[in-house]
Design a protein around this ligand. Structure first.
Ligand code: ADP
Ligand code: F6P
Length: 500
């Protein structure tokens, strides 16, 4: 069996030490959760990427740190502060991120950021090449590393390479906002397999590739100038067992052990007591990275509208927003935080009563055991991103419910997850009135209807796990022909250059 070498910008952080940690809290995110879930059952795999730290020196930046996390082997390295600035904060998160999520007005382009992005691809490739063995499968993740495949090819790698995009892929009009839209597509075309969460993103990619590169599409493969690539939909999932009620929520052996478990236990009890200041109030819960794509201000407006239009629910329900710090050095994120805090301050100021505060706000990242309990306690999971590749919080919320008395998931159409979780209460995140109605509908839903919807949602979550996602992608990657990077195996396929 081939080894699987997974490469992503973000890795789960090694144990926190030293002053150079960018922020342990910034390691939360769907990508790390999905890959960790997918690799746990796969022997002989290796996950390579940035460890969330900044290097004290150029030499330190080139030093690989090997460690193990929840049964997965990791090889990580720090970025220099110049790389962090130009590559991660700059091109990745101020150029690519808003383009991919269709936030055109937030796009910033700077030549030096582009240069830093290109240079980091080379550095990832240089670190990877000595680790690779001939039969390895290389699986590259997300927008941070689009040109990495091309850099590996330039260094002589002839083996199979796949790429999965964890964000949306935008329509052509948005893609063309990028500084080098054609060049970025050519870089994507270097991969043997390219994967997306949902059909709409694949459609956009195929359309862009046909228009900008003149590629041919047969419904499964793109072909152009002697190269061929499988392009398909692989919806990412979670490990539902890890979130189920009564799952053993202690950390895995070797990860810091019983102390950590005890701390988590104490924190859980303390925090749940605070939340149970709710008494027997109903809890509506939002859990997000603090990112403008998540639509938190719009959601707070919806919550405000709900309490204003449905005063009978005042004192009987509370909205709890857990927001984990993310990309805190980027001005748009700091501005988003100010906007959220100003909105909830105003709403609480205007609507609170001596014995009731409509919105609770927790600006922090939580460990899984506490998060699982929060999900389970919540009568409504309010997941309303303005745009999202998938959104794993929605799936985690479903998995964590008690099937006998489940909460209700409210989900925006603009989350990739809405393509799968059709039994959620589907709303338009851009229209607070619609979300407010969804909240009332969810809180008033009879038990039998909650059970019916939850049963179907859970079946989807259980059928479409992180493991299934990885298996499907890797199976397709295995079908690519190692010796000839631009040809795809399969009796029915003939590369265009040999058709003459
Ligand atoms: P994204 O990848 O954009 O961050 P997802 O919803 O797909 O969005 O994934 C978010 C992941 O981060 C989930 O696994 C969720 O459990 C985790 N997460 C989000 N907010 C928090 C938080 N406040 N504390 C801990 N984990 C969080
Ligand atoms: O899912 C999109 C994504 O950008 C992932 O690649 C990433 O792990 C997550 O969001 C969190 O973002 P960051 O790695 O910038 O903290």
């Amino acid at each position: 069996m081939s080894r699987l070498i997974v490469v992503s910008n973000r890795l789960p952080a090694p144990p926190a030490t030293g002053p150079h940690l960018v922020g342990r809290e910034t390691t939360v995110g769907g990508l790390a959760a999905a890959i960790l879930g997918a690799l746990q059952g796969r022997a002989g795999s290796l996950w390579v990427g940035w460890n969330g730290r900044t290097a004290a020196s150029g030499r330190a930046a080139g030093t690989l740190l090997h460690h193990r996390r929840e049964g997965v082997d990791l090889a990580s390295f720090p970025l220099t502060s110049a790389e962090l600035d130009g590559y991660y904060h700059g091109f990745c998160n101020q150029t690519l991120w808003p383009v991919l999520h269709c936030f055109q007005g937030r796009v910033r382009t700077r030549l030096r950021d582009e240069a830093a992005y290109d240079a980091v691809q080379g550095r990832f490739a240089d670190l990877l090449m000595p680790m690779l063995r001939r039969d390895d499968l290389v699986w590259v993740h997300d927008y941070h590393l689009i040109p990495l495949g091309r850099e590996l090819r330039r260094r002589g790698w002839r083996g199979r390479i796949g790429f999965f995009l964890h964000t949306p892929f935008p329509p052509l009009e948005l893609w063309e906002v990028l500084p080098r839209p054609r060049g970025m597509l050519e870089a994507l075309f270097e991969y043997d397999v390219v994967g997306f969460h949902v059909q709409g993103f694949l459609d956009n990619y195929v359309y862009c590739t046909r228009r900008l590169l003149g590629a041919d599409w047969d419904g499964r493969r793109l072909a152009q100038a002697g190269r061929a690539q499988i392009a398909s939909v692989y919806p990412v999932g979670i490990d539902p067992d890890a979130w189920r009620p009564h799952a053993g929520h202690g950390p895995a052996a070797g990860d810091g052990g019983e102390d950590a478990a005890a701390r988590v236990g104490e924190a859980s009890v303390a925090n749940l007591k605070v939340l149970r200041g709710l008494q027997d109030r109903r809890m509506i819960l939002g859990v997000d990275r603090l990112d403008y794509t998540k639509g938190i201000p719009q959601r707070l407006q919806a919550v405000e509208r709900f309490f204003r239009r449905r005063p009978e629910w005042r004192r009987r329900a509370v909205y709890v927003q857990v927001a984990s710090p993310s990309r805190v050095q980027i001005p748009e994120y700091a501005e988003q935080r100010r906007r959220i805090e100003a909105t909830l301050g105003r709403v609480n100021g205007e609507l609170s009563e001596p014995d009731w505060t409509p919105i609770r706000y927790l600006y922090r990242a939580y460990d899984r055991p506490l998060l699982a309990r929060l999900y389970r306690e919540a009568d409504v999971g309010l997941v309303t991103p303005l745009r999202d590749g998938m959104n794993l919080v929605a799936k985690e919320y479903v998995a964590a419910q008690d099937p006998a008395d489940p909460g209700v998931l409210i989900l925006s159409h603009t989350a990739g997850a809405a393509q799968q979780l059709k039994d959620a209460v589907l709303v338009n995140a851009f229209v607070p009135a619609d979300v407010a109605e969804g909240i009332a509908f969810a809180l008033e839903m009879p038990l039998a209807e909650r059970q019916r919807r939850h049963g179907r949602l859970l079946a989807t979550v259980v059928d479409s796990t992180a493991e299934v996602w990885a298996d499907r992608f890797v199976n397709d990657l295995e079908r690519a022909v190692a010796a000839s990077p631009y040809q795809v195996a399969g009796p029915e396929f003939v590369p265009p250059s040999t058709q003459i």
